[in-house]
Ligand binder design. Structure first.
Ligand SMILES: Cc1cc2nc3c(=O)[nH]c(=O)nc-3n(C[C@H](O)[C@H](O)[C@H](O)COP(=O)(O)O)c2cc1C
Length: 167
């Protein structure tokens, strides 16, 4: 459970670029996630270009630190490919994103989930940056890189939230 327990949101990074093999393993982790009917309704844009990162930093009022990250990954939900959109894509993408955050920790990297979906304005902001049509829904931004801050383990287990057999 090491990466589960040690993972924290990292919002400050060193300038060191992230090796491609590490990013590939992070994306491999994403695509290994469970998805409803195994539809795997995802695509991923990996960004290291400074101008694009700066544009992404402005896509959400809570993601300004993306400009200072060596890398940003934008998971897209393929919402237009199905006869009737999968009602489960939000869950599918969430599972993939959590896998990515855990694999970043495994790789000695850090990252932060910046919420895009379901805020319509943020979704449109990111669509505009990449010229995406309405069949692709930007789900979040993951700013990532080598950690420029240390964040300690926080124990969140709360036994009072556990209900054995009945509530
Ligand atoms: C759906 C979702 C959206 C989030 N959006 C943002 C965001 O826009 N900006 C940000 O700095 N952190 C964002 N976070 C990170 C949370 O603030 C963070 O996970 C939470 O405070 C717990 O801290 P930890 O990740 O260090 O354990 C988001 C997390 C989730 C799951």
């Amino acid at each position: 459970m090491n990466s589960i327990m040690n993972r924290r949101s990292i919002r400050k990074f060193t300038p060191q670029p992230v090796e491609r093999e590490k990013l590939i393993r992070v994306l491999r982790a994403a695509m290994q996630a469970p998805s409803a009917k195994n539809r795997q309704p995802w695509e991923f844009i990996v960004v290291t270009d400074s101008d694009t990162k700066a544009a992404l930093a402005g896509a959400s009022p809570y993601g300004g630190f993306t400009a200072g990250a060596p890398c940003a990954i934008v998971p897209l939900a393929v919402t237009g490919d199905f006869p009737g959109e999968s009602p489960w894509w939000c869950e599918d993408l969430s599972a993939a994103v959590q896998n990515m955050l855990l694999q970043l920790e495994e790789e000695g990297l850090g990252g932060c989930w910046i919420g895009i979906w379901p805020d319509r304005e943020r979704v449109e902001n990111v669509r505009k940056i990449f010229g995406l049509d309405s069949g692709l829904t930007p789900f979040c931004i993951i700013a990532c890189g080598y950690k420029g801050q240390e964040r300690p383990f926080e124990d969140r287990f709360d036994e009072s939230r556990v209900h054995w057999e009945r509530y």
